[in-house]
Design a protein around this ligand. Structure first.
Ligand code: PAF
Length: 285
């Protein structure tokens, strides 16, 4: 066990020691919540920590920038690393243990086993980032092996990711309850993301267009428009100064495309602002 220089929180980099600590807590009758993160924590992550603290005796946060979920040319090398700051925030919040492994602890030389959850991972985000969900599912399974938590907490901003994780948990009979918390937004509506740190002041204004376009979709629907084509066209116009990668309309809880809104429908989108790729979503109907 280590203590960080900036805080007293328990910090582990060893998978074996982390597993032993978690199992000891569980054998003593305590429930454990896991919040998997890639660090650079913001209020969105901390809302997941709060959800775990409210339901579980012990809260573990993993901080690991997972290389297998980044594709070639993506921002793996520049992803923000601020572990000491993260540790201070987690200590203040009341987190018990932080698991922050080196890449070699998670992926031994010759690592060759990956989790492929099938069709839910192939559309939209999966189409834009073909190996992304394979990397996410693999690392989340590995984290749940190291930290066999009673509950695991994820943010709704990564809507498709939550479906991928629920599918993996169901398909592989993993003994963990998946919890999903609402998106946390900045005052101007921008969904909180570690990647927002990349945005310049003017890009930040453009970033807000994602939420504005989702609110526009909601307004059009509330005024009687149910055709996805018409709403998508208006959203694209609102997003004209960004580079839209996709706008998806899917039945809530699925990635099943709909062409008209007849029940709860999640509108999910990805757009580039300068070099930064942003995602967001909102349920209407
Ligand atoms: O949502 C994230 O930050 C990551 O995809 C996760 C779940 C921590 C896996 O690396």
């Amino acid at each position: 066990m280590a203590r960080s220089s900036a805080s007293n929180i328990r910090l582990e980099s060893s998978a074996a020691e982390t597993y032993a600590a978690v199992r000891a807590a569980q054998l003593a009758g305590e429930s454990v919540g896991l919040v998997p993160t890639m660090g650079a924590l913001h209020e969105g992550h901390l809302s997941l920590v709060d959800a775990s603290l409210a339901e579980c005796d012990r809260t573990v946060v993993s901080v690991f920038v997972n290389p297998t979920q980044f594709g070639p040319g993506e921002d793996l090398a520049s992803y923000p690393l601020v572990l000491e700051q993260d540790l201070r925030l987690l200590e203040e919040r009341g987190c018990w243990l932080v698991f922050a492994p080196q890449a070699g602890e998670m992926y031994k030389p010759g690592h060759g086993t990956y989790v492929d959850v099938g069709s839910v991972a192939t559309l939209y985000e999966g189409a834009c980032r073909p190996t992304h969900f394979r990397g996410v599912a693999t690392v989340v399974l590995k984290l749940l092996q190291i930290i066999p938590a009673d509950r695991a907490y994820f943010g709704r901003k990564d809507y498709q990711q939550t479906l991928v994780i629920r599918k993996m948990v169901s398909d592989l009979n993993l003994p963990v309850e998946v919890r999903v918390s609402p998106i946390v937004r900045e005052a101007d509506g921008l969904a909180m993301s570690s990647r927002n740190a990349y945005l310049s002041e003017s890009e930040r204004q453009q970033g807000c267009l994602l939420w504005q376009s989702l609110k526009l979709a909601e307004k059009m629907y509330s005024e009687g428009e149910t055709e996805v084509a018409a709403i998508t066209k208006a959203m694209k116009e609102r997003l004209a100064s960004t580079e839209v990668e996709y706008i998806a309309f899917a039945a809530e809880g699925t990635m099943d495309e709909v062409t008209s809104i007849e029940g709860p429908t999640v509108v999910a989108l990805a757009a580039r602002v300068g070099k930064t790729r942003l995602i967001d979503n909102h349920t209407i109907g």
